[in-house]
Design a protein around this ligand. Structure first.
Ligand code: TNX
Length: 489
């Protein structure tokens, strides 16, 4: 029972041993409101076991995995769950479907690794007897994927969604536009995608999501307990838009498409009225595609926008987001424009104090932590890593795991931390293999920092639990980095 990542709040293996065994007779009993989770669980377990695993609302006593809503301790909150296993069955209880999904992810990890096989595999399919009580330390546990520098097709994004859900990540931040490509269809500005989405770093064909494909991604993520935060980076990182519409440029001349990896050379034209019509249209269409609370409006590395212009720009754009009923998320530079206290600045620096962030905290903002030298999954592991960048340093597994979000930034108490995010920038990453090699094993480390109580933080325990994940990744076809810090089986 002690092998789950992220480490649960409490794990009590049954002192008499014993186990539940999944058989061809097992049924999944899902209460009203839990059927979708039941079907999701059945879908995970059927390929390897070959069992029918019917999902039913009927009450049964023996041989069931039951998913129950309501009647739980208040401390579990909306995302917590209780899991109890004995010889007769497994019961997962939670207040919400999100809590049940988290319980399901733990149950998956209590079953043998071969359960992840997508074709018939050999059991026995046992769950050790005992009880887990579990809930998250931070409400926000994010992963970010940059689909702008290199485009990733919907199936590749779904594959990553499946992988991050296993570690109870609940927010997927999609970096949808940058200098090298615009990836989300905006019906009122069609050239953003047809032209602005037509390439990527290195000059490949790029691509984009139609609004229909994007909605499908959002609902695929939601079924796994994950909200999508769409990002349109502005006023910098906008060459793809500027190339698509000449009128957005101060001089009225469209620059060429860009396929390199420089940052900080583009800016929307702050003094042109059309800029705000453009931004308003984009945000309106984006908000209509977004059931989640946040729109991310970037704000990083605006090196060719003067500070007064930067502030002027965001003082017009920030109210647009709120008028659409959404909260603002943005990189921490955005704090210069004094966003509302509901806004969520995202810290991406490499130092453990930052004056802008301390100011925002004093005003009442919560901060999302993604320190580049700890949580950036695109940083190389060491000098020999074939992919990735190294501007924020090398990040080995113990670096990714070895910091406390609750005390990391001076002047930012745990109560002002919304959570953590692990960004994956894609200048050097072209396909799912590349994504997985950089995310595994560091993504589970960041996920544990976001979920698990600090009292469970322990490198020796994490190392051994991480090693135990490897056979699962192999079953899932995840090409992970065999860090020399871990005793892989
Ligand atoms: C900095 S982090 C950026 C991105 C790059 C990344 C590469 C941040 C807010 N901006 O534009 O892709 O470094 O690691």
């Amino acid at each position: 029972m002690n092998q789950v990542i992220p480490a649960p709040v409490s794990v009590a293996p049954d002192r008499n041993g014993g186990e539940f065994r999944l058989t061809s007779q097992t049924v999944i009993q899902a209460e009203r409101g839990a059927q979708r989770v039941g079907e999701y669980l059945a879908g995970l377990l059927r390929p390897a076991t070959g069992y029918r695993l019917p999902v039913t609302g009927d009450r049964r006593s023996d041989g069931t995995i039951s998913l129950a809503l309501g009647r739980v301790d208040a401390q579990l909150g909306d995302e917590g769950y209780e899991l109890e296993a004995d010889r007769r069955g497994v019961e997962i209880k939670a207040r919400t479907a999100a809590g049940l999904l988290n319980g399901v992810q733990s149950l998956r990890q209590l079953l043998p690794a071969q359960v992840e096989s997508r074709s018939l595999a050999r059991g026995p399919w046992t769950v050790p007897a005992g009880r887990i009580v579990d809930y998250p330390r931070f409400a926000h546990r994010g992963a970010m994927l940059d689909v702008a520098r290199h485009f990733f097709a919907p199936d590749e994004v779904k594959r990553y969604i499946d992988q991050i859900s296993l570690y109870k990540i609940n927010e997927l931040h999609l970096h949808l536009a940058d200098d090298q490509g615009w990836r989300i269809e905006i019906k009122s500005w069609p050239r953003l995608t047809t032209y602005g989405g037509s390439t990527e770093v290195g000059g490949g064909p790029g691509g984009y999501y139609t609004q229909e494909q994007y909605r499908d991604l959002v609902s695929y993520a939601a079924a796994r307990g994950i909200a999508v935060i769409p990002e349109i980076d502005m006023p910098g990182h906008t060459n793809a838009a500027l190339a698509s519409y000449a009128e957005l440029n101060c001089d009225g001349v469209a620059p060429p498409l860009y396929t390199g990896t420089d940052v900080g050379f583009s800016s929307l034209c702050i003094d042109k009225e059309i800029t705000y019509r453009f931004v308003g249209d984009v945000l309106r269409e984006l908000a209509a595609l977004t059931p989640g609370e946040y729109l991310h409006i970037g704000g990083d590395e605006a090196h060719v926008t003067t500070e007064p212009d930067y502030i002027k720009f965001f003082q017009r754009v920030l109210p647009m987001v709120e008028a659409l009923g959404k909260k603002v998320s943005g990189w921490h530079e955005l704090i210069k424009a004094t966003p509302a206290v509901s806004a969520l600045p995202q810290y991406w620096g490499t130092t453990n104090s930052n004056a802008l962030v301390t100011d925002a905290v004093a005003r009442g903002n919560k901060i999302l932590l993604s320190p580049a030298n700890k949580s950036y999954l695109d940083m190389k592991y060491d000098e020999n890593t074939p992919l990735g960048l190294s501007w924020a340093g090398f990040i080995e597994v113990d670096d990714a795991y070895g910091w406390d979000p609750g005390t990391y930034l001076q002047g930012v108490p745990e109560s002002s931390v919304a959570g953590v995010e692990a960004p994956l920038w894609s200048e050097t990453l072209e396909n799912s293999d590349h994504i997985e090699f950089m995310a595994f094993p560091r993504l589970p480390a960041i996920a544990e920092l976001g979920w698990s109580p600090w009292s469970t933080h322990d490198w020796a325990s994490f190392r051994s639990r991480l090693a135990a994940q490897a056979p699962r990744w192999t079953e899932l076809g995840i090409d992970f980095y065999r860090s020399p810090q871990i005793d892989w089986p």
